[in-house]
Design a protein around this ligand. Structure first.
Ligand code: NAD
Ligand code: USQ
Length: 390
């Protein structure tokens, strides 16, 4: 199977590319290195040092004898996108290549516009390229659980059977996302569903929960294969941040009361889910949605788990929530379809998150504590900052 991984230099794209390569896929990756640029803009960096994409691919080739081709370019450039897809001609395109931080999209107008243009236009270019090159190519697109928000009813896998005034239909599950970033994913989902309906494309939208963890069996083969590990308040995700805060004795920064509940998934399961979706493609014309999470926990429960695992005296600090989100709500999500395809989840209770503590210890000198405090407030249209988005 030939698989093109868009966003292959990122936190999840790189380990997934390795996982697919090891599973026997002929893999190419594409990236414009926007993620490395956001670090320069924000003055932060991955806790764990990362090699260039080219160096990582070289190491992988030396260790395994398997090559990963690299395409450097921007998905918002339609010529680049179509030429890459025409020349590599994949069976599957796995699309991770978007701006993915909710706080980044909420900094101000220019960051919101950048996020939505980058994500929506990039995905449209991919859809048009598939439509022109080969409609049989299966698009596996990373969406997010946050598209749904926290409705007061059970969350189904993408679609909802509705009976209204005596008539019934199957409709896309209603969305109530919580940031301009999460909204960009909703817009993508609608565009992809439309392309499946009008051109007969085949697509799987993976509505993924918050990811945690660092090492996968493939990246663990050599430190030079490591993926990035972010802890700053803009790009660091909640559980990864809590682990880092616990190691350095910083209070765990729970926003609001911590009652907000989120779907979670271990990074090893992300790679497995993408492989399972790729190897069991959607039918022509089908827009399929899988809820890619393995369990749900409240933020307060996560803080308690980290504190109890690592440091019983870890302080938990309840900060005024910089976001606008419900922190007391119903949350019950259906997430059976990936398990039906063979996913064997790594759950938090069985996972040695202690192993992460060692990695953080090793790199603790690289932590800039100032980057831990939240700086982006959802309630203002122009958060203070020192640089202008290019
Ligand atoms: P990341 O920022 O580390 O990786 C995304 C990669 O895409 C980066 O390397 C970036 O340079 C690249 N990219 C962005 N815009 C591009 C463009 N226009 N052209 C080419 N490349 C571009 O993010 P991640 O954490 O690996 O997330 C990957 C995907 O998974 C995203 O779509 C994200 O929304 C989704 N997701 C992530 C999480 C999570 O917790 N990390 C959870 C749910 C969903
Ligand atoms: N939170 C805290 N303290 C912190 C950081 C976060 O309490 O120090 C809270 C947030 O308020 C939020 C929850 O933890 O309620 C999750 O925040 P997050 O930053 O870990 O995750 P989020 O902003 O939702 O975004 C991340 C990824 C994004 C992905 C999403 C999956 O960055 O790419 O789409 O998780 S989901 O949340 O399911 O939409």
């Amino acid at each position: 199977m030939r698989t093109l991984v868009l966003g292959g230099d990122g936190y999840l794209g790189w380990p997934t590319a390795l996982h697919l390569s090891r599973a026997g896929h002929d893999v190419a990756v594409a990236d414009n290195f926007a993620r490395r640029q956001y670090d320069f803009e924000l003055g932060v960096e991955s806790l764990v040092p990362i090699q260039t994409l080219q160096a990582r691919a070289r190491v992988w080739s030396e260790l395994t004898g398997r090559d990963i081709a690299i395409h450097v370019g921007d998905l918002t450039d339609p010529e680049f996108t179509i030429e890459m897809i025409r020349s590599f001609h994949p069976d599957t395109i796995v699309h991770f290549g978007e701006q993915r931080a909710a706080p980044y999209s909420m900094i101000d107008r220019s960051h919101a516009v950048y996020t939505q243009v980058n994500n929506v236009v990039g995905t449209l270019n991919v859809l048009f390229a598939i439509g022109e090159v080969d409609r049989d190519i299966h698009l596996v697109k990373l969406g997010t659980m946050g598209e749904y928000g926290t409705p007061d009813i059970d969350i189904e896998e993408g679609w909802l059977d509705v009976t209204h005034k005596g008539r019934s239909d199957r409709v896309l599950f209603p969305k109530r996302p919580g940031s301009f970033y999460h909204l960009s994913k909703v817009h993508d989902s609608h565009n992809i569903e439309f392309a499946c309906r009008i051109w007969g494309l085949r697509a799987t939208d993976l509505n993924q929960g918050v990811v945690y963890g660092l090492a996968t069996p493939e990246t663990a083969l050599d430190p030079r294969l490591s993926t990035r590990f972010d802890y700053d308040s803009v790009f660091g995700t909640v559980l990864n941040r809590f682990i880092i805060q616990a190691v350095i004795g910083h209070p765990l920064t729970v926003y609001g009361s911590g009652g907000q509940t989120r779907g979670l998934i271990d990074i090893r399961d992300t790679a497995a889910c993408v492989r399972l979706a790729s190897e069991h493609p959607a039918e022509p014309g089908e827009f399929r949605v899988f809820n890619q999470m393995t369990e749900a926990k409240s933020v307060a429960e996560l803080a308690k788990t980290v504190a109890e695992t690592y440091a019983k005296d870890a302080q938990i600090e309840f900060l005024d929530n910089p976001r606008v989100e419900a922190d007391t709500h119903y949350y019950n999500v259906t997430h059976t379809r990936l398990v039906e395809l063979g996913l064997e989840p790594h759950l938090l209770a069985d996972t040695l998150i202690e192993s992460l503590f060692g990695i953080v210890e090793q790199h603790r000198d690289r932590i800039d504590e100032r980057a831990l405090r939240p700086t982006v407030n959802w309630r203002t249209t122009a958060n203070p900052r020192t640089t202008v988005h290019p």
